[in-house]
Each structure stands twice: as C-alpha cells, then as structure tokens.
Design a protein around this ligand. Structure first.
Ligand SMILES: Nc1ncnc2c1ncn2[C@@H]1O[C@H](COP(=O)(O)OP(=O)(O)OP(=O)(O)O)[C@@H](O)[C@H]1O
Ligand SMILES: [Mg+2]
Length: 260
C-alpha cells in the first residue's frame, strides 16, 4: 500500500545562524495507521510537524527535502493550494493550546467559524456537533465553555477543545503534537481511546510524544528522534521488543517499559 505521507530527507535550519534543527529526517505514515514520533525535549518533534504543516516562517527557517502527501509535495504547493489542504485533509493539534486560539474571541465563535470554513453547516448544526464532540472528550458544561475566552479555560480544557476541532474536521491525517501532555491520567486515557476509535474509523494519525506508554497503547509504527535526526524507525513491536539502537534502549529503560 502507498503511504499516505512520505517524508524524504527533511532538514530545517535557522537561516541566520545556519543552525540545524532537523537533520535529514525520513519516514512514512501509512493510511489508517498511527505513526508515533518519540524523542526527548528539543529533539525536533515539533519542528518536524510544523515544517510539514507549513507553519514555519520562511524568512527565518530554511526547509529542504520533500513531504509527499498522496504523492503531492507539500513543500512545493503554492500557499493558495496548501491552505485548503490544512484542516480539510491534514489537521494539527498543537503542543501549546494557549497560542492556538485567538485571545479576544470566545471559544464557541472560534470553533463554529473554523468548522464552517471547512464544511457546509448551519451555525446550529455546528454548535450541536461541537457540543457532542466536547462531551465525548469529557468536557461538561459545554455552554459555559463555548462562552469563554481562551484565558478563562485551563490548558487541559483548551487541549481537548483543539482535539475536538481536529476530529470534527474529519481530515485524512491528524498530527497530534503532545496532545495529551497537559491532561490528567484519566482524561488522557479518554483521549487515547478516542484516538484509537478514529484510527479504527480510517483516519491516519501522527502522534508526537515523549512518553513510550502512549505509543505502546496507540502506535503501529514508531520513529525515534534524537538531536534532530532519526535514530530508529520500525514497527511498535520491533522498537519495544528488539530495539537495535543503544539510544532507543536507553529511552525505553528510562521509561521502565522495556519488556523482558
Ligand atoms: N521558534 C524557534 N526558533 C528557533 N529555534 C527553535 C524554535 N523552536 C524550537 N527551536 C529549536 O529547534 C530544536 C527542536 O525543537 P522542537 O521544538 O522541535 O523540540 P521538541 O522535540 O518538540 O521538544 P519538546 O518535547 O520540548 O516539545 C531545539 O533545538 C529548539 O531549541
Ligand atoms: Mg515539541
């Protein structure tokens, strides 16, 4: 089967200093599967995702390599074509939920607006589906949430709102950057179940985390990043049971998850 997304030799450098942040990274994300990207803080996970989503300011960052989404190189698409692709086909759940929202617009208006920009629905229909999705993710008192400004909600609430929006857009690929980090263990379990359900419904995901436990529950394949480079890329079984690289073994030992 043709991979949904093939990343070849992706590098990201700071234009000014020439510092390399992501270095010759290649991997594939298969249709209907969850690809995990794991690595310590600063290993280049977010930079990789942001480059793929076209979120890096071209005046500051130099991107090279290719990112083939269904055969189309995302880096070669003019912004006019990239914009509708984002959200409709690829959605990203950002690591920092606070910066993802407009601080001066109520959450409800932002959600309705985003949803209606991507699919035809009345305001009432949009609110109904938003309410249903938020409740599924364990958020009660939805009317109050929709009426709030971002700063009036907790980080965990904003993270779930972002997850709900990504799910509601029903894209083909969801990139989730540390989507469950700000959540308590119970809520995290609810979200991971929801991720599994959407995967089973045929949506592909890239799940970025520094937590091997999350990947053990979710991932089909795993990419291990270190210092901006891929250390190891294999099936979740291979990575957990037969890691070939000392770095992967160290990470696993540190997480106390290595079996046997
Ligand atoms: N806006 C930025 N400008 C310049 N350098 C940056 C910027 N954001 C991140 N970096 C650098 O890029 C490298 C990779 O950072 P990145 O944010 O991708 O790490 P990460 O793996 O997502 O870490 P974390 O687990 O903490 O989220 C780091 O060296 C970081 O200092
Ligand atoms: Mg990050």
């Amino acid at each position: 089967m043709e991979p949904l997304l093939t990343v070849n030799h992706l590098s990201v450098r700071l234009k000014k200093k020439g510092t390399s942040l992501v270095n010759d990274v290649s991997f594939q994300a298969n249709s209907g599967q969850i690809l995990g990207i794991i690595g310590e803080s600063g290993s280049g996970k977010s930079m990789t995702c942001r480059a793929l989503m076209g979120l890096l300011d071209p005046s500051r960052f130099l991107i090279s390599g290719e990112a083939l989404f269904k055969g189309q190189d995302l880096f070669k698409l003019p912004s006019k074509k990239l914009r509708p692709l984002r959200g409709n086909h690829i959605a990203m759940i950002m690591q920092n939920p606070m910066t993802a929202f407009d601080p001066v617009t109520r959450i409800g208006s932002q959600m309705v607006e985003t949803l209606r920009a991507h699919q035809q629905s009345s305001k009432e229909q949009a609110i109904a589906s938003i309410t249903q999705e938020l409740a599924k993710l364990g958020l009660d008192d939805v009317p109050r949430i929709l009426n709030s400004y971002p700063h009036e909600l907790s980080g965990g609430m904003l993270q779930r709102i972002m997850i709900a929006l990504a799910l509601l857009l029903s894209p083909e690929l969801i990139i989730a950057d540390e989507a469950t980090t700000a959540l308590d263990v119970h809520t995290q379990a609810v979200i991971l179940e929801e991720f599994t359900a959407i995967r089973n419904a045929g949506i592909s995901m890239i799940v970025v985390t520094h937590n091997f436990g999350v990947l053990a529950k979710l991932a089909d394949d795993v990419v291990v990043l270190h210092d901006g480079s891929v250390v190891e890329h294999g099936s979740v079984y291979q990575i957990f049971d037969k890691p070939t690289q000392p770095y992967t073994q160290e990470l696993l030992q540190a997480s106390n998850l290595k079996r046997g």
